[in-house]
Every structure is written in structure tokens, then in C-alpha cells.
Design a binder for this molecule. Structure first.
Ligand code: LLP
Length: 426
């Protein structure tokens, strides 16, 4: 799997369903997920003993249900994600644990749910070990270690090194083992995740660091986790990490640990982006085409309230035009693509640091659709209600059938919980 990507700039369908049909049924902005792509990505990782889906990438219940049916287990980072996992049919117990809570803290609600359902915890701080051990001694835990280095597609997605708040600092491992011991907690596994959207070179460095940490923990280790971080191509020419090579590196690490411990060690991977990014399309309607000096703007009915990655990281998403009249004979031109929000940063064509750039796209008119591609990971889930915009609808397409898996929010949803207090003005 090292083919390089080529993204279309014109399209008439998404996941085999005509764009016209999707927007007529569900309106815009609309997220559409192609189930076949998710199933394919899960199949790619079958050499690993467990594929633990990092649902933060896309936690729609229909996506969780699909990955569960395809044999994945799931990672959770909050009470809400635990509730979602349970609602999607993951059972609290099993081997490997179907649901794992991985975080750097317990808040009250996640702590209560972990205790109530006796969920497996992957501790990312010494305090978590003490807090859990204090009320629930005798359990098994795993430890998330920060190996002292990290790497991501952006500094904001680098989760290793001393600038990162994530995991147990590698030099504190011995202290954490003492803490666990004091509470009678068994340490059955070691986990490392150095960042999101990284590359093979950095991912490969994790193997050695994890091996060292597992040897320090010793024979109680029965599972290791390579974390997530597998990149996907977002631009023409970008390639995938060669998965065979990646698996070989981890398998060799696992085998050395098995030899050292004299028992089998299972190997987990924890991808979010890799499983869902390419399945997702965000369809928006072009509502204005206007010139500002040298720049031509396409303004959409979707903004960073729907897809925040460009404004947050300067992330590049491939874009295509779906002509409303179906006529795909369009010339191309350089445009800036923006959204409807009352904030000048609401631009989809920007680089890290907020610098606006242009994109070569087909000529379009008001009423055409613009499809934001590779938007299935960290897309809808990072949406907001800024400018009192409702969250978009979500649709899952499987075998050519489109299923609405989340309705567009209504005004009632937007103001739920708000109150106008009764008081007299002086
Ligand atoms: N495991 C842990 C402990 C993580 O913190 C993450 C991501 C993953 C797995 C999944 O990483 P992935 O396979 O998706 O790279 N919002 C950012 C990404 C933040 C990732 C946070 N943690 C973005 O849009 O690029």
C-alpha cells in the first residue's frame, strides 16, 4: 500500500450516490461516509491482533456500530465516548477488553463510568494510578508512556516529548510501577502514541522505546499497543505508510518480548484517521462567487463550524466541484474558498499561521456544490455551534443505500438548556 494519491477536482457522485440526490434528500452542509472505505481500511490492518478504533476521529454511532461489526475494539477518552461505545453495542468485558479508557485524567463522570462498568484503564498519569488504585485495588491496568519524543502533522498533534501533556514520562515508569504495586494493580500492558499524522521514520522509533518500557515492566506484560498516528494522503502525490513494513517492525518487537517473557504478547494498533478519513466527504453549496481585488472567492454554506482542520492546523483538504447542472466541462481557475462565518479566518484554503492561499479548481457558479474530501476524520466531531449554526446532518452510504445517521440540528437543539432568567431591571 504505497500508491500515491490523485484527487478529482470534478465529481458527480459521492460513494456511488449522485450528489444531486444526496443534497435533495438531506440538504447542505452534509457529511457523507462511504462504509466500504472504512471496511477496506480495517481489512488492511488485519495482521495486528486487535484494531482498537480511536473514536475521537469520528464517533457517530453508525460508524462505531460498523467498526464493531468488522471486528474492531474501541478506545474512549471521555464519559461521552464510553456511553457511545456502550450504545453502539461494545460490551464492557472481554479479551482483549472491547472498551479501553485512555486519558491523562479521570473527571468525575468518566471515573464513575469506569468503576460502574469495570472498564479497562490505560493510565496516562501517575495520579490516575493512585486514584484508581485507591477505590478499585486489584485490577489490571496498562500504562501509556511518553517516550520523550513525538511527531505529528502539526505541532498541535505531536503527543510526545516534554512539551506534551500526554502519558507517563518515561523516566517515571519505575515510580509508577511502585505505585501500582502499592495498590495491588497489575500492569499488563504498555502503550505509546507519539502523535497524529506522522510518518514511518518516527513511528518506527517507537518500537525500540516501547520494548525498553515493556522490559522495565517485566513479565506481567501480555499486550503492547503501537498507538495510532498512521497518516493518509491529503494531497496529490502523498503516499501511505507501507503497512507490511510497519507491521514487520512491530511484530519483531513483539517477538523479542515474547522470547524475553516466555509467554505470548498481543499486538494492538489504535488508529483513528486511517480508518475513517478517506470515507468522509463534506458537501457544501456555493452561495456566492465574488472578487476582492486579485482574489476570486467561492463562499460556501459550510465554515469552520463544520470543518475546523484548516483554521486550526492549516490543514489541506482536497476539494472538488459537483456542478448543479451536471455539466462537467468546466475550465479551471485559482480561487480562495471560504465559509459563511462572521470571522475572517473562516477560510478553507489557508496554511498554518492563517495565511490565505489559492486553489486551482473548476469554474463554478452559485448553486454548484463543493465537496471537501478526506473529511471523515476530525471533521464533524470537531464541529461547533459558532454563529448559532446547527451541526450538519450525517449520512452513511453502504451498498449504494444512503442512511441518515444524524439529523441536522434544529433551532430547538441549539437553545436546549438555555434560560432567560426572571428579574426586574433597576
Ligand atoms: N491514540 C491516542 C492516544 C490518541 O491521542 C490519538 C489521537 C489516536 C490514538 C488516534 O490518532 P490517529 O490515528 O487518528 O492519528 N484533531 C487532529 C488530530 C488529533 C489527534 C488526537 N489523538 C487533526 O484533525 O488532525
Amino acid at each position: 500500500m504505497s500508491e500515491s494519491a490523485r484527487f478529482p477536482t470534478l465529481r458527480t457522485e459521492v460513494a456511488g450516490v449522485p450528489v444531486q440526490e444526496l443534497v435533495a434528500r438531506y440538504e447542505t452542509p452534509l457529511y457523507v461516509y462511504d462504509a466500504a472505505k472504512i471496511e477496506q481500511r480495517i481489512a488492511d490492518l488485519q495482521s495486528f491482533d486487535a484494531v482498537r478504533y480511536a473514536q475521537k476521529a469520528n464517533s457517530n454511532l453508525a460508524v462505531l456500530d460498523l467498526v464493531r461489526r468488522c471486528g474492531c475494539v474501541v478506545d474512549t477518552v471521555s464519559a461521552g465516548e464510553i456511553e457511545r461505545a456502550l450504545a453502539a453495542g461494545f460490551s464492557p468485558h472481554g479479551s482483549p477488553p472491547p472498551i479501553v479508557y485512555t486519558a491523562d485524567i479521570f473527571d468525575q463522570s468518566s471515573f464513575e463510568l469506569v468503576l460502574k462498568h469495570d472498564l479497562h484503564v490505560n493510565c496516562g498519569s501517575p495520579d490516575m494510578i493512585d486514584q484508581l488504585g485507591h477505590v478499585a485495588p486489584g485490577r489490571n491496568i496498562t500504562l501509556r508512556i511518553n517516550p520523550g519524543f513525538g511527531h505529528g502533522h502539526s505541532q498541535k498533534t505531536n503527543t510526545g516529548g516534554q512539551q506534551s501533556k500526554h502519558g507517563i514520562w518515561h523516566e517515571q515508569l519505575a515510580d509508577c510501577l511502585l505505585r501500582a504495586d502499592r495498590h495491588g494493580l497489575g500492569v499488563t500492558g504498555v502503550h505509546m502514541h507519539i502523535g497524529s499524522g506522522t510518518d514511518l521514520e518516527h513511528l518506527a522509533q517507537v518500537c525500540g522505546a516501547l520494548e525498553q518500557a515493556a522490559l522495565t515492566v517485566g513479565r506481567s506484560v501480555v499486550s503492547i499497543s503501537a498507538g495510532g498516528g498512521l497518516p493518509v494522503p491529503y494531497r496529490d502525490g502523498e503516499t501511505y505508510v507501507p503497512l507490511d513494513q510497519y507491521f514487520e517492525l512491530w511484530d519483531a518487537t513483539r517477538k523479542r518480548l515474547q522470547d524475553a517473557f516466555g509467554h505470548s504478547v498481543s499486538l494492538e494498533i489504535e488508529p483513528g484517521r486511517y480508518l475513517v478519513a478517506e470515507s468522509g466527504y463534506m458537501i457544501a453549496e456555493i452561495r456566492a462567487v465574488k472578487r476582492m481585488g486579485d482574489n476570486l472567492f467561492y463562499l460556501l454554506d459550510a465554515g469552520f463550524n463544520n470543518l475546523a482542520r484548516p483554521i486550526l492546523y492549516g490543514a489541506h483538504h482536497p476539494m472538488s466541484i459537483a456542478p448543479a447542472d451536471g455539466d462537467t466541462r468546466r475550465g479551471e481557475l485559482e480561487v480562495v474558498v471560504g465559509g459563511p462565518l462572521c470571522e475572517s479566518g473562516d477560510i478553507f484554503t489557508q496554511e498554518e499561521g492563517g495565511f490565505v492561499c489559492r486553489r486551482r479548481l473548476p469554474a463554478a457558479v452559485v448553486g454548484d456544490y463543493l465537496v471537501m474530501e478526506v473529511a471523515g476524520a476530525y471533521g464533524f466531531v470537531m464541529g461547533s455551534n459558532y454563529n448559532s449554526k446547527p451541526l450538519a446532518a450525517e449520512v452513511l452510504v453502504r451498498d449504494g443505500h444512503a442512511h441518515l445517521v444524524r439529523s441536522r440540528q434544529t433551532f430547538e437543539d441549539l437553545i436546549r438548556g438555555e434560560r432567560i432568567p426572571a428579574y426586574e431591571m433597576a
